[in-house]
Design a protein around this ligand. Structure first.
Ligand SMILES: [Zn+2]
Length: 192
């Protein structure tokens, strides 16, 4: 099983940063993605980054790279940070959430595992859920979820426009927590 780790955006993507400029989503999620791959490989898991470039790689090309693997031979997790506003002001919304494509697919099991890991790793912090269809993940036709064949989940790792979330995300404890959330969730899915 190939574990593919994607990270949001690129150095040339406008916006996508905290109001004070300390957290840039592309840079932060690249650091987290790299650390997740490193930790997974230490556990003997065949993990790889989808995007090794600093600049943004179009979603169609990201999907093409993912779809080189058969649906049964890979899983994809795309790592992002959330935002409630347009990036110019601090906002109130906080918390962690994960998205799958619409309908019941294998991605729902992967999302369940990531939610379980989030409950453990982010103990006491807000976990944002949509229980309307009986599972916690939110559903959307995000391009990277809709156009990839393997189970795919997009994680929104706290809010880059919430001051408390950004302070936590940028701390070493915060980075370790977000990395281990993904590693634990993936291991649960793989049954390791
Ligand atoms: Zn994003």
């Amino acid at each position: 099983m190939k574990v593919l780790i994607d990270n949001g955006h690129g150095s040339n993507t406008p916006g996508k940063c905290s109001p004070d400029g300390r957290l840039k989503e592309y840079a932060y999620t690249r650091e987290i993605a790299g650390r997740v791959v490193f930790e997974l490989r230490k556990l003997g898991i065949d993990a790889e980054l989808v995007v090794k470039e600093e600049v943004d790689v179009p979603l169609a090309e990201r999907c093409r790279r993912v779809n080189e693997y058969k649906a049964s031979e890979a899983i994809l997790i795309s790592i992002h940070c959330n935002a409630a506003g347009n990036g110019s002001n601090w906002m109130q919304a906080r918390g962690w959430e994960a998205w799958t494509s619409v309908g019941q697919t294998k991605a729902d099991k992967l999302a369940d595992c990531l939610y379980e890991a989030a409950e453990e790793c982010l103990f006491g912090m807000k976990i944002r859920k949509d229980m309307a269809d009986g599972d916690p993940d939110k559903e959307s036709s995000f391009y990277i979820l809709k156009h990839t064949k393997c189970p795919a989940v997009l994680t929104e790792n706290l809010f880059q426009d919430n001051k408390e979330d950004v302070d936590f995300l940028l701390s070493e404890e915060g980075k370790r927590t977000i990395v281990s959330l993904h590693v634990k969730g993936i291991c649960k899915y793989l049954g390791i």
